[in-house]
Ligand binder design. Structure first.
Ligand SMILES: Nc1nc2c(ncn2[C@@H]2O[C@H](COP(=O)(O)OP(=O)(O)OP(=O)(O)O)[C@@H](O)[C@H]2O)c(=O)[nH]1
Ligand SMILES: [Mg+2]
Ligand SMILES: [Zn+2]
Length: 343
């Protein structure tokens, strides 16, 4: 398998020029489990560990990363993680203020929602912001169309209005309806697509259907206990015949934003456009005179829920920023007074 079929581009090539020492080869991280990384090189698949030094500097690869690995006899080692072309990152679940990269070097993300109760435009907005922020093209996949055929058109339209310029595909991974179109229009050789969405929406079923294998475990959703059981536990790249790559990911219970500016702007671009016509440059679109955003709501051009969402996400990002600043200050204090903190 050639490197370009694995997604290798001149962007990565330029990072290793002259840097590959004897025995180091470029490899793509296909999966990670328990500190062991499954890598694909030009010639083979192998498992490797991470050099301890990289763990210290926080250079921890995720599925989709390109690395340099030394293959010496038995144990292979990841020596370097190459700079990412794109990434999809969120704040880790829970209280900790830290970034979690869900997938690296992907070209597009299928944001999968199911037509069986999972559907939420507010959640979709979060995914759109997250995906766009990382330089990744969002594609909306409405799955389980077989369950509620009557809703397909209306739901697709709602998605189109919310996602503005993202493409929307309605499919059924169970019956195969719509799948050929999704595959033909979004998957091309060497392209990597991350499959994202809540647990139980059918991500692994989609991946299996397309790969024609059943490598990825799938399971019925237990709606009754509401614990959100997750079937897929690790992220893994599945190679598809024809040359593209799908990253199956575990369902996300919550998607908290992490650093977003361009992603937020692109996802709410209609508000930004309207705001340029507000009388005051620093208009908050609350009750200012000459506010073009409020006028658009009044005139029925802008859905007020869009302004509410945008505000809520902006506030969330501002809160996160404050927390991050506080934790940076705290770690600076620790490094200035090492003895005081050593006790
Ligand atoms: N009716 C119907 N059921 C589907 C469809 N796609 C998936 N399912 C079912 O939905 C359930 C969940 O599918 P999975 O593929 O395991 O879902 P997942 O998104 O991978 O879930 P996690 O791995 O937990 O994130 C399974 O019982 C599938 O058979 C579909 O298009 N129609
Ligand atoms: Mg799964
Ligand atoms: Zn305004």
């Amino acid at each position: 398998m050639s490197l370009s079929a694995l997604g290798w581009t001149p962007f990565f090539e330029s990072q290793i020029e002259g840097a590959t020492r004897e025995g180091q080869v470029p490899a793509r991280v296909m999966a990670e489990e328990g500190g062991l990384f499954r890598l694909s090189t030009e010639d083979t698949e192998l498992e490797a560990r991470l050099r301890g030094r990289l763990r210290h500097t926080g250079e921890i690869p995720v599925a989709g990363d390109w690395v340099l690995a030394s293959i010496t006899g038995g144990a292979s080692m990841i020596e370097r993680v190459l700079e990412r072309r794109t990434q999809i990152a969120r704040k880790v679940a829970g209280q900790r203020v830290d970034e979690q990269v869900l997938a690296a070097n992907v070209d597009a993300a299928w944001i999968v929602m199911a037509l069986d109760g999972d559907f939420s435009l507010r959640r979709l907005e979060r995914y759109l912001v997250t995906v766009r922020e990382g330089g990744v093209e969002p594609v909306i996949v409405l799955n389980k169309c077989d369950l509620d055929g009557a809703m397909v058109e209306a739901r697709s339209d709602e998605c189109r209005r919310t996602a503005i310029d993202a493409r929307v595909f309605a499919v059924s991974a169970a019956s195969g309806a719509g799948m050929a179109c999704l595959v033909a229009e979004t998957m091309t050789p060497g392209r990597t697509i991350a499959v994202l969405g809540s647990s139980g929406v059918g991500k692994s079923t989609l991946v299996n259907m397309i790969s024609g294998r059943s490598d990825r475990a799938t399971d019925a959703v237990r709606a009754s206990d509401g614990t959100g059981r997750h079937t897929t536990s690790g992220r893994a790249i599945v190679r598809i015949e024809g040359g593209s790559l799908l990253v199956d990911t575990p369902g996300l219970r919550e998607l908290q934003l992490w650093e977003s500016s361009s992603g937020l702007e692109a996802t709410f671009s209609e508000i930004g456009e309207l705001a340029s016509a507000c009388r005051f440059r620093d208009c908050r679109h609350e009750r200012e005179p000459g506010c073009a955003v409020l006028e658009a709501i009044e005139a029925g051009i802008l859905d007020p829920s869009r302004l509410r969402s945008w505000r809520a996400l902006e506030r969330e990002l501002a809160r996160l920023e404050r927390k991050r600043e506080a934790s940076t200050r705290a770690s600076l204090r620790r490094s200035r007074n090492p003895r005081k903190n050593a006790r």
